[in-house]
Each structure stands twice: as C-alpha cells, then as structure tokens.
Design a protein around this ligand. Structure first.
Ligand code: 13P
Length: 252
C-alpha cells in the first residue's frame, strides 16, 4: 500500500494572523502522527505565517497555484521560486475552482504542472467531473481529457493526483465509495498507459466533503491513497480526528 497523504486546502480562508494560530493548533493536535504525510495549503498571503508556525514539525505546507514562467509581467500570479523560498513542499494545480470559477484551461494547467514538477515541488493535479457530466455518463471522458491534457508536458507522472468530483466539493455530499474506487482505478489505468510502471508510485487522493464521519470506508480501500480536505481542515480537532480515523482504518 502507498503511504497516506492527507492535505488541507484552506482556499481563501484565514488571514496571516488567524492562519498562524490555526497552524499552531494543528501542530499540537498532529504532533504524534507518523503514518501519513501531512500538508496544509493556505492562501498565498498566509504561507509565511504558516511556515513560521510549522517549521520543524511533521506538517508540510504548500500553495494553491503557481505560474509557469519564472518571473515577468503576470499580475496576480504566484512564482515557483518564491514558493520554494518560503519552504513549500506542495502546489495544488488545476483545482476545480481554478478551472470553473476562474476559467483556467487544460493547457494553462498543464504548463503550471510542468513548471512545478520541474522545480522539484510536488504538484497535486486535481481532476473531476461536474454533476451534469456525471449524469450524462461522461465522467471517464472528462477525467481522460483532464489527465491527457494536464500531463501533456511532463515525462513522469506527478507524485499526487486528487480526484475531486465538482458536485461533492463543499456540498456535504461525499461521493460513494464505489464511485471513488471506479474513478481512482480509471485514473491509475490511464497513468499506466502513459507512464508504465511509474504509475504505481502516484498517490491518488480523494477530495469533496471529507469529514471525520465519512473517511473510514475510504481509508479501507486499496484505491485510496489519501485526501485533499477543504472545510474540515479549517478546524484543528476535526482535521486531527479525520487523520486519526484514516490511519486507524488503514492499519486495520
Ligand atoms: P471540501 O472538503 O470543503 O468539500 O473541499 C474539497 C476541496 O475542494 C479540496 O481541495
């Protein structure tokens, strides 16, 4: 089994002051966790504060996006060099909110991912279908397109891929275990076809309304290598409980 990775995506929540306080709480709650890779992706402006709070702990930090150019006239974008200087480990790429709220194309996402991968930071490529696409039985077609185009400029697969069905994000409605397993298997098959044996190294995470109360069946599944957690990562007790339950089931 691959090592669990459980990563919090704080989206646009927290200011530097509240982010630091929350990161310090997480540090305390999670200090004894050894059986999973842990990470937090705060809003970019809170990364320095979170880095200060988590340095030397078992929790890594990262960003929610990054630009493909080293520097230049790209107002509002995040530079990989700056993220490295702040000690980031992870960069989320192609999150559904970037795709569907901010109109990022598959090609932009592919370029972001290639730059992040080349830098040595770990990209987390997010893929997932919208509700209408699922209803029209187009889930696999969407995943295949997002994977093929999103990975167009890399020779090796990214270390982490997050399957986040859009309809499950922030809705309280986690996908059924069978849907998660089916999607993760499909993603793995596509990675195998493209990258051969390297595909087995990729950790495929699930994201979308994960909570302590609904993590356990997923954690038992061979297809589940961890989670990308939004809302539940904004409370230290709930994120810690989710992680504890995942590890407990994993070791069952
Ligand atoms: P929620 O856990 O709040 O549904 O968010 C999931 C997500 O988008 C993580 O990237």
């Amino acid at each position: 089994m691959r090592r669990l990775a459980i990563i919090g995506n704080w989206k646009m929540h927290t200011t530097p002051t509240s982010a630091k306080a929350l990161a310090l709480q997480l540090r305390e709650h999670l200090k004894d966790v050894t059986q999973a890779d842990l990470g937090i992706c705060p809003p970019a402006l809170s990364i320095p504060a979170v880095a200060e709070a988590l340095r030397g702990s078992n929790i890594s930090w990262g960003a929610q996006n990054a630009h493909w150019e080293r520097d230049g006239a790209f107002t509002g974008e995040l530079s990989v060099d700056a993220l490295q200087e702040l000690g980031c480990t992870y960069v989320i790429v192609g999150h559904s909110e970037r795709r569907h709220v901010f109109g990022e194309s598959d090609d932009m996402i592919a370029k972001r991912l290639a730059r992040v991968a080349e830098s040595g930071l770990l990209p987390i490529l997010c893929v997932g279908e919208k509700e209408a696409e699922r209803q029209e039985s187009r889930t696999e077609e969407v995943l295949e397109r997002q994977l093929t185009k999103g990975l167009a400029y890399v020779e090796k697969p990214p270390g982490l891929i997050a399957y986040e069905p859009v309809w499950a994000i922030g809705t309280g409605k986690r996908a059924e275990i069978s849907d998660v397993e089916e999607a993760h298997r499909f993603i793995r098959e596509k990675l195998q076809a493209r990258f051969g044996s390297h595909a087995s190294e990729v950790r495929i995470l699930y994201g979308g309304s994960l909570k302590p109360e609904n993590i356990e069946d997923l954690a038992l599944s061979q297809e589940f290598d961890g989670g990308l957690v939004g809302g539940a990562s904004l409370s230290a007790p709930s994120f810690a409980e989710l992680i504890a339950r995942a590890i407990k089931r994993r070791n069952h």
